[in-house]
Design a protein around this ligand. Structure first.
Ligand code: SF4
Length: 328
């Protein structure tokens, strides 16, 4: 079997909390990402799903090395990049790109679209010939379904969906093998979301791209992802093939997220049991003891308050961190 494109092993990103004006003293630690492991094969899409504050975006930033990690290992295209400095990351960064959540805030409003899309080519010294540069931008615009004669316009002249296509064209400029999509459709209308997801899917088929697709609910990732990892409070609590996860979610948190996904059939929708998770996500500054989900879990048992369930391989590509399934 071929090596995965990306291997993340026991990744931790902790932030010290400091107090004091002159003599600063560490008074705590935010466990934003706390032991996350997964692999991503070439041409695959892995969904990383969880409520806001669960550490999914920090995981994405750490993979890109835009955020230092506290511990763990990140391997990309067979190379350990965990401690690479800026200069070492420069050639690798071309192969890993990001599409951001906010198509309104992530594009410089003072730059024309051709400059926005072409900026990575300039930064990486790949824009020597003006004619070839213009042709490459036109090609990138066509690739994402935009007309090249819009290249002289500014971002405010485009709709939200078109702006996200500009962001995707910019990410494609360096011909990356991995694109981290950080909630790329959550700021868009539902009707536009499907269009952008379709663009990403077509590009994957055509260019063999690999995606880490970050989202806060399971409805968005359903059509795009081959596998889904569910995160809660800095950890992966369940990871499985998409169909297995949607047909039979095992972790109570996955079950709750799944019960919030709307079903098209109104009869089924009316008869469905909705699992409502009570309360807010606890603070990553002071995560609950035992199973981190026990303070909100409708199935919590006494042991869940003290015993931390390990993410356990149940076979067929599924792992779950819950005492109900691991039996440990
Ligand atoms: Fe719920 Fe206990 Fe399973 Fe945690 S280990 S998800 S609290 S049943």
């Amino acid at each position: 079997m071929a090596d995965p494109l990306l291997r993340v092993d026991n990744l931790k990103v902790h932030f010290p909390v400091m107090r004091g004006v002159i003599w600063k003293k560490q008074v705590g630690t935010v466990h934003a990402v706390d032991g996350v492991s997964f692999t991503l094969d070439r041409g695959e899409t892995l969904g990383l799903v969880g409520e806001s504050g669960c550490g999914k975006s920090t995981t994405g930033l750490a993979v890109l090395r835009m955020q230092d990690s506290t511990a763990g290992r990140i391997e990309f295209e067979g190379h350990d990049i965990t401690r690479h400095d800026k200069a070492q990351m420069r050639p690798i960064r071309q192969r890993m790109q990001m599409v951001y959540q906010d198509p309104y805030g992530s594009l410089n409003p003072r730059m024309k679209v051709n400059d926005i899309i072409g900026e990575p080519l300039v930064v990486h010294g790949m824009a020597h010939d003006p004619k070839a540069y213009a042709a490459r931008i036109a090609e990138l615009m066509r690739t994402v379904g935009l007309l090249p004669d819009m290249a002289e316009r500014y971002p405010h002249e485009f709709s939200g969906g078109q702006r996200q296509r500009i962001g995707i064209a910019r990410a494609l400029a360096m011909e990356p093998s991995l694109i981290i999509c950080d909630e790329p459709v959550s700021a868009l209308d539902v009707s536009i979301q499907a269009q952008v997801v379709n663009v990403l899917q077509e590009l994957q088929e055509r260019l063999g791209l690999t995606y880490l697709f970050i989202a806060h609910d399971l409805s968005v990732v359903r059509h795009l992802c081959h596998r889904v990892a569910v995160m809660y409070l800095g950890r992966i609590v369940e990871i499985a093939d998409r169909d297995a996860l949607y047909q039979e979610p095992l972790h109570p948190y996955t079950q709750a997220l799944m019960s919030a996904v709307p079903v098209a059939d109104p009869v089924i929708e009316r008869s469905r049991q909705r699992i409502v998770v009570q309360g807010e996500v606890p603070s990553a500054l002071n995560p609950p003891s035992g199973c981190r989900f026990h303070t909100r879990c409708p199935m919590a048992m006494d042991r869940c308050k003290t015993q931390d369930p390990a993410l356990t391989d149940l076979g067929q590509g599924r792992s779950v961190a819950c005492h109900l399934h691991t039996g440990a």
